[in-house]
Design a protein around this ligand. Structure first.
Ligand code: SF4
Length: 233
């Protein structure tokens, strides 16, 4: 075989791999959008494989075809939430951790920062106090953290079987990827940023198992209020 033949075979191989990758990314994008729109699971393992292994490439591909790259994080979070939901619910609350981002704090927050994260003073000026108190009453270990380096410490220093987190879609997806050995659940922020962020507290309480929404298929209205929650039995 001449060197020219070898180059030709290599060229063909690269072309076939490129074509296969393109087919995989297109399929994942179509399935992911369907999954988000229709709220059902279609080939979840294929979707998670594509998001986890080709994360950056998948984002670039989405943008190239005119879809906001954020959809990749959205697909990762929504699919993992559905895949892990049963196992998360089966786990005792005492074996679960709830992680909240410090950016949800009120701008007048007087809480202090310690090695385990923010120590909330329960001043009731923001949703953190409500979620923390409810979580601790239920048996959750609750942490309010200013960054992912704190999450690493929490994971290393605690014994737990499941974890629920609140963050922006991108951080949530990346953390859920790193914690994929656990039945991890996530609630995305409704408004992200560094301060004054917003979360649907009913969605967090529902994931915690504290309430059942009247109609889980109903789209949440995006407010932080707790209107119409029905207590879980
Ligand atoms: S409830 Fe806690 S976190 Fe929220 S503003 Fe008050 S002290 Fe800060």
């Amino acid at each position: 075989m001449s060197i020219f033949d070898l180059y030709q075979i290599l060229g063909q191989l690269v072309f076939i791999v490129g074509l296969a990758l393109l087919a995989l990314l297109s399929t994942a994008l179509i399935l992911g959008r369907m999954q988000i729109k229709e709220d059902r699971l279609i080939f979840p393992k294929l979707l998670l494989f594509t998001v986890d292994v080709f994360y950056g490439l998948f984002k670039k591909f989405s943008e190239q075809v005119g879809v906001d790259g954020k959809i990749v994080d959205q697909i990762g979070v929504e699919v993992r939430n559905k895949v892990n939901q049963k196992d998360f619910r089966k786990t005792k609350h005492e074996d679960k951790i709830l992680v909240l981002p410090h950016c949800l704090r009120n701008t007048e927050c007087q809480a202090t920062l310690e090695t385990s994260g923010i120590i909330c003073k329960n001043c009731n000026k923001c949703v953190i106090g409500v979620l923390k108190n409810k979580g601790e009453d239920m048996g959750y270990k609750v942490y309010i953290i200013p960054g992912s380096q704190f999450l690493k410490k929490i994971v290393e220093q605690n014994k737990f079987k499941a974890i629920l987190g609140v963050a922006c879609y991108q951080d949530l997806n990346l953390c859920m990827m790193n914690l994929s050995n656990y039945p991890v659940q996530g609630v995305p922020l409704l408004r992200d940023g560094c301060v004054n962020t917003k979360v649907d507290s009913r969605a967090v309480l529902e994931k915690m198992g504290a309430i059942q929404l009247e109609d889980s298929g109903t789209k949440l209205d995006g407010s932080c209020s707790e209107s119409n929650p029905k207590k879980a039995h």
